[in-house]
Design a protein around this ligand. Structure first.
Ligand code: ZN
Length: 220
């Protein structure tokens, strides 16, 4: 179905509100950093939960053949770089900023991580196409080849690092559950584990928990 321009604007405004707001933890976004300080890779989905009229809701992310480039363009129009890479459903990878620049994708860990945004609703119900999963695996492998300072234990989901909760009509829900249960995370880890590398428990990164401030939760 052809969408109207107005409907697109409403959708984009809602999704833009899902992006991580500024915090005092991060240095200047887009600032250069020493590649030797990069320690982690964080996986995201474009979509995430919002409290809409008293119900937790995941916006459907429109299917389009150029979704990686489309979302790269949307993110590039923001005041700050929100992520390093966008991976579309077809497996297309778009780069937003260089790995040696700071993007603004995960509160508390922006300075030393690389962010990968996957086009998906993040609901845990929308399947990730094989081409998209394969592209993410390939991208994570290449990032780790370029940045050997990234330990396997620090290849993580946003959900692991931001465990804070929001309230919607008295019901508690995770603020950042992305990329969601539909993403085959253990398959990715198996595929990017290097020979001789052992599984370690838990990331060596900042983990946030507890109730999030209301202003950090998306309500419409
Ligand atoms: Zn995220």
């Amino acid at each position: 179905m052809r969408r109207t321009f107005t409907r697109d604007l409403v959708l984009l405004a809602g999704l833009a509100a899902l992006l991580v707001p500024a915090t005092a933890w991060s240095r200047e976004v887009g600032a250069k950093r020493d590649p030797a300080t990069i320690r982690g890779i964080v996986l995201h989905s474009i979509g995430g939960p919002a409290c809409v009229k008293g119900k937790v809701h995941y916006q459907t992310i429109q299917k389009r053949p150029d979704d990686a480039e489309f979302w790269r363009g949307i993110l590039a129009r923001g005041k700050s770089a929100d992520v390093h890479y966008v991976v579309g459903r077809s497996g297309t990878v778009s780069s937003l900023i260089a790995e040696d620049e700071i993007a603004f994708h995960v509160v508390g860990n922006n300075d030393d991580t690389i962010g990968i945004e996957m086009v998906n609703s993040g609901s845990g119900e929308e399947a990730f196409p094989q081409a998209q999963v394969d592209a993410v695996i390939d991208l994570v492998r290449k990032i780790r080849e370029r940045n050997p300072t990234i330990a396997l234990r620090n290849v993580v989901t946003h959900a692991v690092l931001d465990q804070r909760t929001c309230e919607c009509a008295g019901k508690t829900y995770p603020r950042r559950p992305d990329p969601g249960a539909a993403f085959p995370f253990s398959k990715l880890i198996g595929a990017v584990t290097l020979p001789g590398e052992t599984a370690e428990t838990g990331p060596d990164l900042k983990v946030l928990s507890g109730p999030a401030k209301a202003r950090l939760c998306v309500t419409r």
